[in-house]
Design a binder for this molecule. Structure first.
Ligand SMILES: [Zn+2]
Ligand SMILES: [Zn+2]
Length: 144
């Protein structure tokens, strides 16, 4: 619930009302085990709001994303997965062979952020990065 509290405050500070629908959508993202698709969010919210259509879910996700409250990342499934940014910045290494996902600490990206800032005068917002490649086990299998 502490995540909600921050998000409610963040929305109110910039003048957005947290409607019951938006609250339900946040709940659905928060109660998922990390990454949740728009379809899964839609399913979860429809239990309480049968007439909620998926375009409302996408609109709300767009708003939450623009406010940097939620990250939107394709982790290889072909559609976006959503995650609350208030859970802490992290990134993922995703194996193309087995689909395994490893978490990467946010501090790994600080040298990249600094380099981009210095070389390009650009402030990179790297909130939830998916890096595709191959895990060691799959790499060993392929090499036989
Ligand atoms: Zn994640
Ligand atoms: Zn693998």
């Amino acid at each position: 619930m502490s995540h909600h509290h921050e998000i409610v405050e963040a929305l109110q500070q910039i003048g957005y009302r947290l409607t019951p629908q938006r609250m339900m959508i946040l709940d659905a993202i928060a109660s998922g085990d990390g990454h949740t698709s728009a379809e899964e969010i839609h399913e979860a919210v429809r239990a309480a709001y049968p007439y909620l259509d998926i375009s409302t879910v996408y609109r709300t996700l767009g708003l939450l994303k623009a406010l940097h409250l939620v990250s939107e990342t394709d982790l290889g499934s072909g559609h976006a997965q959503y995650e609350l940014l208030s859970k802490g910045l992290h990134h993922h290494l995703i194996c193309r062979e087995c689909g395994g996902i490893l978490d990467v600490d946010n501090s790994f990206l600080n040298p990249l952020r600094q380099a981009i800032d210095q070389e390009h005068d650009f402030h990179a917002e790297i909130e939830h990065l998916a890096i595709f490649g191959m895990c060691n086990a799959c790499n060993a299998n392929l090499r036989g």
